[in-house]
Each structure stands twice: as structure tokens, then as C-alpha cells.
Design a binder for this molecule. Sequence first.
Ligand code: ADP
Ligand code: ASP
Ligand code: MG
Length: 419
Amino acid sequence: MALIVQKFGGTSVGTPDRIRAVAERIVATHTAGNDCVAVVSAMGDVTDDLLALAAAINADPPEREMDMLLATGEQVTIALLAMAIHALGHEAISFTGAQVGIVTDAGHTKARIQEVRAECVKDALADGRIVIVAGFQGRTPEGQITTLGRGGSDTTAVAIAAGISADICEIYTDVDGVFTADPRVVPDARKIDLISYDEMLEMAATGARVLQLRSVEFGRNHGVAIHVRSSFNDHPGTIVKEADASMEQAIISGVTHDTSEAKITIRDVPDQPGVAAQVFSALAEANCNVDMIVQNVSEEGATDISFTIPKEDLARAKRTVEAMVEHLGARAWSVDESIAKVSLVGAGMKTHPGVAAQMFNALAEADVNIHMISTSSIRVSCVVSGGQAEKAVRALHASFGLAEDEIVAEAAPAARGGN
Ligand code: ADP
Ligand code: ASP
Ligand code: MG
């Protein structure tokens, strides 16, 4: 007997028939002798619809009220799924994030989990019930409802798995696992059988939205094995766990892309110590998640600073930058909302020089211009025009031979490391 957390995403619970199919899968796992906790998302496009409703009322709504609104989506699904399980003759009980004791900070719309109490989950399991938990939501210590950012149900599932020491956290979704690129963009993308937390962190951080970044952080920090798999078949999916000798020693694991960021440029900022500190401290105070930063070579005592941020932070960032431009006496600022970040991820690039060069060549051959570049030891990212993202992903996937069944194993480590 095992203790299993199963998470079902929006498409997997998008219609009454699909909720019934999910109920049957959970009941089958329970009947096989396992203890089951199911974490569910809002049905289909409900979260997008709620966001659109809010936008129709107020272009910059108070974040506390956004959370009051968004948390309703998941609450519908938990009740319906519990009803579907009862209709199959089994005992199930549903809980909201607040009821379960998912305690978060007060960062409304992207709150971070601080603690998972889960007493009621353990009690209900001990009574032999199937437990159903609303994903994506929690509450502050003071009792305010919060949400965990887009894709946050993944994080609820992994956090609960950690909180009750589950044997495995299964993430059921609308693709067969984690692929070498988004299978909707690259039709011959290959399913990855095993991937390390570190590589999955970089893939999630750079746009492979199949797992929310924080769910992978949680999994790594608490040693939760994650199995990403399809809710429409029984094929084995992708296991995310600590790196070990059984994993493919691929140089490149995958290509990701992310069109959710915008680029802001501040022109002719005084080139003096402390200026960057002021700009980015103000953005941090406004709860804006800055990603890539580029500062140009200074000319005549002034320089240009460009950075990227999630579009959802744009309203706050614009207000902050406008005030900063005035405060610092910069010349002007502009926003480009049509950008994409395209990234190559792979632990093998640490010891395999030339990856970045091959990436830039492949983009050049595809006639894709690079606006910004950033690297980590296992990732190279380029900002390109939004309209060229898919072309860039396909070109990189082909250039690095990621579709091939037999991946080229990493050659003997080179003397010099780096991208
Ligand atoms: P869910 O509603 O189940 O949480 P999401 O839409 O959040 O599903 O995530 C699944 C989607 O992630 C897939 O439909 C796929 O288009 C996209 N995706 C992006 N990159 C990848 C990747 N590398 N591997 C698998 N899926 C990916
Ligand atoms: N319903 C939320 C979203 O669409 C959370 C999730 O599905 O994980 O982002
Ligand atoms: Mg998701």
C-alpha cells in the first residue's frame, strides 16, 4: 500500500465526463489499496475567464480581490469531483486550500507557501476517505485567501505530498510527460523518461509550463519524487528526481520558450554607482520579478538599462519606472511586449564547450535576431522577437538533434567547462 498524491490539471477536469473519468482513476488507485489525495485545478479555461471578467471591470484590480475571485475556480472542481466519487459508491471529502492549512505569505496572486498543516487530510485518510484538495490557493496566517501564481496547483500537490510524506506525487496533464520541447510547437519532440530536479528547474523557469517552477523547487527541497503523465492514457510519463547514474547523460535536455515576459528599456540613465541599485530596489519593492538585465556600455556619462519582467507585473513596473526616470533624470523609457525568451537547458553543457556558439549559429541560419543573452551553468537563454519564437525553437531542436531516439551521450568531459 502506498500514499499517493494525484494532481489533475484544467484540461483533465474540463467537462463533466472528464471529471467522471478522473473519479474512476482515483477510485481505481484507492481500490488497489492505496491512500489517495487528489489535487485539482479549475475546469478548462475557468481561470482565464475569471481574469478576463476582472479586466472588464478594472484594468488594475486590487490583488486581494483577484485572489478572492480566482480561488473560486478550484472550489467548483473539488465539490464536483467529490460528488463524482460518491456517485461511484466511495467516500470522498473536499477541502479548500485554507481548510487544509496551506499557509502562505501575503504576496497576493503569487503567494509562497510557508507551511502545510494538513491535519484534516491525515484525519480523513485515517478514516478511509479519498481526500480532494483545491489547488492553487492558500491563506495567510491572518486568514486572507491567497493564490500561488499561474500553474500553482502543481505546487499545492507537491507541497501536500511533502507535508504528508507521500510516496509519489503524480501530475496528470494533457501531454504524456515532459518533452524535449513543447510538443505543440515541435511535433517530433521526444518524451524524457527521467530528468533531474536541477534540469527540470531550468526548464520550468524558462517556460516549460508543464510544471510550475515552485513545484519543482518544493520537490527538490523535500525530496518528493514527481511523475508527470497523461490523464488520457496509462503510459509511463517522466520521473523528476535527484540526478543519478541511471539518467541519460545528454548534453542538452530540451529547448524551452516563454512569451509571458515584456522588456523595459530606460534610456540615458546617469552612469554612477548606486543607480542600478535604486532602479532594481524600487522594482523589488513593487513586487516585480525582474529576470534578465542588460546594461549598455556608457557614453558621455549615461547608459541604457534593459530588463525583462512577467507581463502580469507590467502595470506595477510601469508606475515604478516612470517615477524612477523622473527621480534619476533619465531621458526616456519604453516597453516591448512582443518578446520571447528561447532557452537551451542541459546539465552536460557544463563540461561541453561550444553549445552557446552552436545556438547562436542555428538562430542566425534561421534568420532570428538576438536581443539579449543570459546564461547559467546549465542553460543559455536568448530574447528574440515574439513572432519568431516558434521558428527559433524548431531550429534549435533540429540543430541539437533532440528528436533522435538515441541521444548522443556526452563525450569525455572537456578540460575547460562552460557554455
Ligand atoms: P495542466 O492544465 O494539466 O496543468 P498545463 O497547460 O499547465 O497543463 O501544462 C501542460 C502543457 O505544457 C502542455 O499542453 C504543453 O503544451 C505545455 N508544455 C510546454 N513545454 C512543454 C514540455 N517541454 N513538455 C511538455 N509539455 C510542455
Ligand atoms: N487554475 C490555475 C491556473 O490556471 C492553477 C492551475 O491550473 O495550476 O493557472
Ligand atoms: Mg499547469
